[in-house]
Design a protein around this ligand. Structure first.
Ligand code: ADP
Length: 244
């Protein structure tokens, strides 16, 4: 068990949430003017922006695939996203997360429709507070949809973990660092498949099952918010067209 007490006698967590509560979420689609697609998410204290360019000509050229587009993903934490200035150079962790996120998005993108091209996905963590790979994935999938890239579904991501012996949803940074375990997952409702299942820390097999089910419930709630955010963007775009 962690050194700090993370759940009080009333069952409330360090930020006042109950075990099965998500952090407050705000989603905006189409935040950026210059990218082909974009999305911005605030989840608790996490603030993450995702942008998509493409499909465009692949460069370097030798990466070109004759039968499909290739996805390129960069997950990056801004130097000011954490309490101690982070080097802007990509760390090993960021390189690994870029790969993990790309692989979690690949099942939904219809790359076969755009042979010999490349789709660029940029995830910029403006403020980090635990669970950034999940929030980044949720935002990136919306940015792909906003870019008009044909998708088989949306990817929604959420973590659950073990804190003070309890299974809790959507860990914040303190819970991530002081808790016993963290399981980030990504789920594609339209395909009914997981595209990410990870675990950091230690828990029993039955606790893991409980955590994955709780994270899945979190993903389903986030999915509803993703759909609502896309609809909102189109409602606003339509209202603007009507005013012109
Ligand atoms: P995730 O953000 O997906 O949970 P990790 O488990 O690797 O990924 O990181 C957990 C949290 O640790 C991050 O969300 C962030 O709040 C914090 N963190 C990551 N890198 C740094 C860093 N260089 N300095 C300070 N905090 C960091």
């Amino acid at each position: 068990m962690g050194k700090t007490r993370l759940i009080d006698e009333n069952g409330l967590r360090s930020d006042g949430r109950r075990a099965d509560e998500l952090r407050p979420i705000k989603i905006e689609v189409g935040t950026l003017e210059n990218a082909n697609g974009s999305a911005y998410i605030e989840q608790g204290k996490c603030k993450i922006l995702a942008a998509v360019y493409g499909p465009h000509e692949a460069h370097p050229r030798h990466l070109t695939q004759p039968d499909r587009a290739i996805l390129r993903c960069r997950y990056h934490m801004a130097p000011f996203s954490v309490p101690e200035r982070k080097s802007p150079a990509p760390s090993r962790r960021e390189i690994e997360l870029s790969k993990v996120i790309r692989e979690s998005l690949e099942p939904v993108v219809m790359t076969e429709l755009f042979p010999r091209t490349m789709i660029d996905i940029f995830i910029e963590v403006l403020q980090a507070d635990g669970g950034t790979r999940c929030v980044g994935l949720t935002a990136a999938s919306l940015a792909l949809a906003d870019a008009g890239i044909p998708l088989r579904g949306l990817v929604c991501a959420c973590a659950a973990g073990k804190v003070d012996g309890q299974i809790v949803l959507d860990l914040n940074d303190l819970e991530d660092k002081e808790g016993e375990a963290d399981c980030p997952i990504a789920f594609i409702p339209q395909l009914n498949v997981f595209s990410l299942l990870q675990m950091d820390g230690l828990m029993l097999a039955e606790e893991y099952e409980k955590a994955v089910n709780l994270a899945l419930e979190g993903c389903r709630r986030i999915y509803e918010m993703q759909i609502e955010a896309i609809k909102k963007k189109y409602r606003e775009a339509k209202a603007e067209d009507n005013n012109q």
